[in-house]
Design a binder for this molecule. Structure first.
Ligand SMILES: NC(=O)c1ccc[n+]([C@@H]2O[C@H](COP(=O)([O-])OP(=O)(O)OC[C@H]3O[C@@H](n4cnc5c(N)ncnc54)[C@H](OP(=O)(O)O)[C@@H]3O)[C@@H](O)[C@H]2O)c1
Length: 381
């Protein structure tokens, strides 16, 4: 196993961390975690030197923390740094901090959390934490040793990330979504560098874009790029090595759902290191990104010059959902996002074809036609 630097914390994390959001499931409607298999996978990873495990209040409907508490018995708790997260969306008063945290200690059968995160920070959650004086409570836990390091996971735009980074002087670490397709999404590459410059350890989540970059048979244009490489690698390994190549990345969390994925990703981690990819290999990954992007039906750059639409159509968001659905061949998921993330009056069929957006678009996109295509694709049954 390779171990890495983690900001100013002094902790040396294994290159690969175990994300417990996608543990193996039992078959059938009831689902539920396949605990014997999850135990085998997590303990095997720890035996191979993995030393960072990430869970949260909400994963697997609360069962991830409970099962992990049992998995880490028999001496395994002492071998790992344990990370879990405050359920930000449930906080309604200051007393809630202690309420949820003490239940988490019970679920995880431990007296301290090594890396405690404020879960999924966005502007609203951040404002709420400040309103209820989170740091008064958190600093007491840090002083008492119940929390060893304080950080946050993030899902909002880059300016909000910067506000949060600068909003507290003693963050130890943060967790961001980052992969070779999401360099300019949410915190992105700029956020990664900003955090590293301030001495935070950075945990990467969704390194395989939730599995989309790991499919065995990628689309032909992407495969053609990977096939150029002298050293053949599976798509998942390309994505992981690209992250480990960067000095600002502390550790990479993968939510592995099978034993085989654990073996593959551990083997991949053991081959990793900052600067271990050649310039040609980095170019191959950049070309693979271009090849994926070439599959997108709309060349929208999200500049948002087209907004505000006089009829409130959320043009860039619609194109983002449409592009992702086509690129990664996930039409059903795209349909759900279209229904859930965009209110009825702001969907593509609210377009009145006034053309204001087309006059403003620097890419000269035929937005009116593309909106019709997007609506047809995302509404198709
Ligand atoms: N704090 C937050 O807001 C937040 C949000 C998201 C994630 N997280 C944390 O970050 C962790 C990592 O994110 P993630 O789970 O999205 O990671 P990810 O690595 O991007 O996606 C995991 C999925 O990729 C596939 N996969 C993994 N290794 C593979 C391999 N070698 N070959 C083929 N497929 C492979 C599996 O998909 P299949 O199951 O389909 O096979 C797996 O479920 C999560 O588990 C969670 O702990 C936190």
């Amino acid at each position: 196993m390779e171990y890495r630097h983690f900001g100013n914390t002094g902790f040396r994390p294994s290159a690969l961390g175990f994300g417990c959001m996608r543990l193996p499931q039992l078959p059938g409607e009831e689902g539920g975690i396949d605990e014997p298999e999850a135990t085998r996978m997590i303990r095997y990873a720890i035996d191979q030197g993995l030393n960072y495990i990430d869970t949260a209040w909400s994963y697997h409907g609360g069962q991830s923390e409970v099962v992990l508490g049992r998995v880490l018995q028999d001496g395994y708790r002492e071998k790992v740094a344990l990370a879990t997260k405050m359920p930000s969306w449930l906080i309604e008063k200051s007393e809630d901090f202690e309420h949820y945290f003490s239940i988490q200690l019970e679920r995880l059968q431990t007296d301290h959390i090594d890396f405690y995160l404020l879960h999924t920070l966005n502007q609203g959650h951040w404002d709420n934490y400040l309103k209820f004086n989170l740091f008064d409570w958190a600093e007491k836990q840090l002083a008492d040793g119940r929390i060893r390091h304080l950080g946050f996971s993030f899902h909002d735009e880059l300016p909000v990330f910067e506000t949060i980074l600068k909003g507290y002087d003693h963050w130890d670490f943060c967790q961001i979504q980052y992969n070779y397709m999401d360099t300019d999404y949410q915190a992105g590459e700029r956020g990664l560098k900003m955090a590293a410059e301030r001495g935070l350890g950075v945990v990467v989540m969704e390194p395989l874009k939730g599995g989309r970059l790991a499919i065995e048979k990628p689309p032909a244009p992407v495969k053609a790029v990977f096939d150029r490489a002298e050293t053949p690698r599976k798509p998942a390994e390309w994505a992981l090595q690209w992250l480990w190549n960067q000095p600002e990345v502390g550790l990479v969390l993968s939510g592995m759902s099978t034993f085989e994925q654990v073996e593959l990703n551990l083997a991949s981690a053991s081959r990793s290191g900052v600067g271990s990819l050649s310039a040609e290999e980095v170019t191959i990954i950049e070309d693979a990104r271009d090849a994926w992007e070439g599959l997108a039906p709309v060349a929208c750059t999200h500049c948002e010059y087209c907004l505000p639409c006089p009829n409130d159509v959320l043009i860039p968001k619609i194109f983002e959902i449409y592009n992702n659905s086509v690129m990664y061949d996930i039409q059903e998921r795209g349909r759900r996002s279209y229904q859930n993330q965009i209110s009825e009056g702001s969907r593509a069929d609210a377009c009145i074809e006034c053309g204001t957006c087309e006059d403003l678009c620097p890419q000269h996109l035929t937005i009116i036609d593309y909106l019709k295509d997007a609506h047809a694709y995302l509404s198709e049954r």
